[in-house]
Ligand binder design. Structure first.
Ligand code: ATP
Ligand code: MG
Length: 246
């Protein structure tokens, strides 16, 4: 693994009343150790997971709309509000890797099509040999992993499960396992998926508390709610709908 620590540069912050410092987990960030090859960001919607992930991508020099270092497409790239207020500590420093948001994957696919249009020699090598738009969401996503994510690097993924069926999420766990054990890859993944969170020996950071804290798999909400739902669906739904009866 390569990235060891994310530190908030408190002395640079002048205004705690505006985004992103209105988010409790971000405001109270001090120094977050990254000490496992696979780190998850988990927490309720709006707790700051994407904000921090995007800031890390920005500091890595990756396109914040999704992509690696040399992907200069502008579509939806945001200014990474937090980017200039964190410091990354590396050992060793690497530059290879990728930032991927499920929501901007479509634009990334379009960007590759544009590259192919501009350069006849561009053959989608690294992307499964054909336009990502000609593959399904899940297929193109796995293509990217199997082809482009071949080597050592740091992979920052925002809700990758959005593209993947449960079976493909398992395939994806296996790909992570192979990349971590054979290629020394590092992953930081924001997710709500109880399947992905089950990756063994990962560190799970919860953004539900401020400051951000490590929690056990079994204590995550995706795990607990899914378990409750699956174990006792009738009872669960009965309670959920109880106040709706007229
Ligand atoms: N550009 C922005 N300007 C102002 N507020 C923002 C901006 N981007 C996000 N926010 C707010 O910051 C908070 C954290 O957003 P963020 O996207 O980091 O959450 P998240 O943990 O990734 O949530 P989710 O699980 O829904 O993806 C939210 O309340 C959101 O509305
Ligand atoms: Mg998010």
């Amino acid at each position: 693994m390569f990235l060891r620590r994310v530190t908030l540069l408190k002395e640079k912050i002048t205004d705690f009343q505006t985004y992103p410092f209105t988010i409790a987990a971000i405001r109270e960030l001090e120094s977050l150790p990254i000490d496992h090859p696979v780190t998850f960001f988990v927490g309720e919607n709006g707790t700051g997971k994407s904000t921090l992930l995007e800031a890390i991508a920005y500091q890595c020099g990756f396109n914040t709309a999704g992509g690696g270092r040399n992907h200069a497409h502008e579509v939806d790239s945001s200014d990474a509000a937090l980017g200039d207020f964190i410091r990354l500590s590396w050992m060793p420093k690497i530059t290879q890797g990728f930032f991927l948001r499920a929501e901007s994957f479509y634009h990334f696919a379009t960007y590759l099509d544009q590259l192919a249009k501009d350069d006849p020699k561009f053959d989608y090598q690294g992307y499964g040999g054909k336009s990502l738009h000609q593959q399904s969401h899940g297929e193109s996503f796995l293509s990217l992993f199997l082809n482009r994510f071949g080597g050592k690097g740091i992979y920052l993924l925002d809700e990758p499960e959005a593209a993947l069926s449960p079976a493909r999420q398992l395939t994806f766990l296996r790909i992570i396992h192979q990349l971590v054990s054979e290629k020394n890859a590092q992953f930081i993944i924001a997710t709500h998926s109880p399947i992905l969170l089950g990756y063994p020996n990962a560190n799970i950071y919860s953004f539900d508390s401020a400051p951000i804290a490590s929690i056990n798999y079994e204590d995550t909400e995706p795990y607990q709610l899914t378990k409750l739902f699956l174990n006792r669906r009738d009872k669960f739904l009965e309670e959920l709908f109880r106040d709706d009866e007229e």
